[in-house]
Design a binder for this molecule. Structure first.
Ligand SMILES: [Mn+2]
Length: 297
């Protein structure tokens, strides 16, 4: 039997009854540095066996039902557009039954599927994207591909989805130009570092009032510091630690609902098993946050 999320603790709830739809999307097409993201989803599913049922001392998101779907078919016979259309249909299915898609990448371009689904399903400005990442991913195209991991957020802002970036610490002129042109909001890593050491820490932070009340969270694991997350294509120093990420997620989502998430760019290294475990733990914490933020109709 294929592994499914937290199979050590819960059955694979039927897709119709599950609140969380875990969608493995092992895409590895446009990676630019070190590969391995095709193995990311399986590594997260396997590592999830080590998790407890509770994410803190009172929240048990697993009680809402978790269904892990078959992995999105990324076979080479299909064009990238066909692969994204398949994945997008799966995300739309989750939206249509008021469930929450939890996509496991794969490289960051997997978010293209959710961008398509959000555009199809929601009004303009109804949903905003909260992006945790070491990079802006706002290039027009990268190495010839408009579907590149380095261009994925450009596709989002072009679709007029408001964007808020957290943890960025790499700058290119092209990214910066797009950030300005599309009014992309941001809390960059160096700003966060200063804030972290101030008296208030991250507790006073919130998204601007004008930002949409429904959020899609895309979490590139390279937002974490390289010392914590080495299992990614471009481990990057100066990033977030565990409680930074958790506290920022808490503050920035207060008063808002979360329609979907993805956890991307895990490239497991067989010598470092803490990477997949960190990604699995983050995934379950995001489910816990969603359980607390969303009131189910
Ligand atoms: Mn990224």
């Amino acid at each position: 039997m294929k592994p499914y999320f937290l199979q050590s603790e819960y059955p694979n709830t039927s897709i119709d009854r599950a609140y969380f739809h875990v969608i493995p999307f092992p895409l590895e097409e446009t990676v630019s540095y070190k590969g391995g993201t095709a193995q990311g989803p399986l590594a997260i599913l396997e590592a999830s066996e080590q998790l407890e049922k509770l994410v803190d001392d009172h929240t048990e998101p697993g009680l809402l039902g978790i269904h892990t779907t078959d992995a999105v078919d990324c076979s080479f016979e299909s064009t990238l557009q066909e692969v994204f259309s398949r994945a997008s249909a799966m995300v739309e299915r989750s939206f249509s039954q008021q469930s929450v898609p939890v996509m496991l990448g794969g490289e960051h371009s997997v978010t293209n599927a959710s961008i398509q689904a959000i555009s199809n399903r929601f009004a303009k400005h109804e949903v905003g994207i909260l992006q945790f990442d070491a990079h802006m991913d706002l290039r027009e195209a990268y190495e010839g591909s408009p579907f590149s991991h380095a261009s994925v957020m450009k596709r989002a802002v072009e679709a007029r989805i408001p964007l808020f970036q957290v943890g960025v610490r790499n700058y290119s002129t092209e990214d910066l130009k797009a950030r300005k042109a599309y009014d992309v909001l941001h809390l960059d890593a160096h700003v966060l570092d200063t804030m972290k050491h101030s008296k208030e820490g991250f507790s006073g932070l919130s998204l601007p009032e004008s930002f949409p009340k429904k959020l899609f969270i895309t979490f590139d694991v390279d937002a974490f510091d390289a010392s914590l997350m080495g299992s990614t294509g471009t481990p990057d120093p100066g990033g977030l630690f565990w409680w930074d990420a958790i506290n920022l997620l808490e503050s920035l989502t207060l008063g808002r609902s979360i329609i979907g998430v993805d956890i991307v760019e895990l490239a497991p290294n067989p010598l470092l098993h803490h990477g997949p475990y960190l990604a699995a733990k983050l995934t379950y914490h995001l489910m816990g946050l969603i359980a607390r933020r969303n009131t189910r109709a």
